[in-house]
Design a protein around this ligand. Structure first.
Ligand SMILES: C[S@@+](CC[C@H](N)C(=O)[O-])C[C@H]1O[C@@H](n2cnc3c(N)ncnc32)[C@H](O)[C@@H]1O
Length: 254
């Protein structure tokens, strides 16, 4: 049992629907972020891929598209509302990250994008990731770094304006790598990636963030104010760019 197991029960279909609405209305917004994960996964056709904390399947969709569908994808989610909306072409398992309900050595690749900042016992998850990977398999984690601008944004305005608040337990530089090595991973590397979430214009950025972060207690103007207070935003002829960053960690089981 992890702290998130209780939180997951509060993810209603309305709440999850808003997250999915953002992702389906502007799927390209987080394209660069997803590419950071996909490049590290070193994908090959016909592998078995596991998207951990799949949400509505944004990473799974990117892996599926990259391999033209020649991949066997399993999505792990602990929220029933997300389980219900994940695409039927994926094999979906409702499971805690502390005790993943799959056999040993099941996957060639495991990816976890923005999924572990609500997982209290991160070491338990790293042990499980090691267990379910085949020998030669690769794990890629991308998540919010403690004290980074995204961490401040999530645990302040998103916490204040969202329906159930946000109390992220963010990852720290070196700590993830040390813990992954502790559970047996080798070739562990980590790097903070700086990129942008991209939008055609400001109104689409504001409505995307309001929905993705379920800031249901905020007006669009309040969302606009807090975005500009916490995160750099730039604009050019291609559109509006919200500057974001995650720590990406790659590890191998040999
Ligand atoms: C910010 S969303 C990211 C979803 C997806 N990976 C993406 O990038 O769009 C975080 C997801 O992780 C799941 N999650 C977070 N902590 C979890 C935990 N400890 N155990 C299981 N699922 C968790 C949530 O249900 C949610 O779907």
């Amino acid at each position: 049992m992890d702290k998130f197991d209780n939180r997951a029960a509060k993810y209603t279909s309305t709440r999850v629907g808003l997250f999915d609405l953002a992702s389906t209305q502007i799927p390209q917004a987080r394209f660069l972020e997803r590419e950071c994960a996909i490049a590290r996964l070193k994908l090959k056709e016909n592998i078995k891929f596991c998207d951990i904390s799949a949400g509505s399947g944004y990473l799974a969709d990117g892996v599926f598209e990259s391999l033209n569908g020649n991949v066997d994808i399993t999505c792990i989610e602990n929220s029933q509302a997300f389980v219900d909306i994940l695409k039927k072409k994926y094999f979906v398992i409702k499971s805690s990250l502390s005790n993943i309900l799959v056999p040993n050595q099941e996957f060639d690749r495991v990816g976890c994008l923005a999924g572990i900042h609500h997982q209290q016992n991160k070491l338990a998850f790293y042990k499980e990731a090691f267990r379910i990977l085949k020998f030669g398999g690769i794990l890629v984690i991308g998540d919010v770094l403690e004290e980074s601008p995204p961490a401040q944004f999530l645990n302040n305005p998103v916490d204040y304006y969202s329906d159930i608040g946000h109390d992220g337990m963010f990852i720290r530089e070196d700590e993830v790598s040390q813990q992954l090595e502790e559970v047996g991973f080798i070739n562990v590397t980590e790097k903070v990636e700086y990129y942008t979430w991209n939008f055609p214009d400001e109104p689409s950025m504001i409505s995307y963030c309001k929905n993705l972060f379920r800031m249901t207690k905020a007006t669009l103007n309040e969302v606009y104010q807090v975005i500009f207070e916490y995160l750099p935003v730039t604009q050019d002829s291609a559109g509006v760019h919200l500057h974001w960053q995650l720590l990406f960690v790659t590890a191998q089981k040999l």
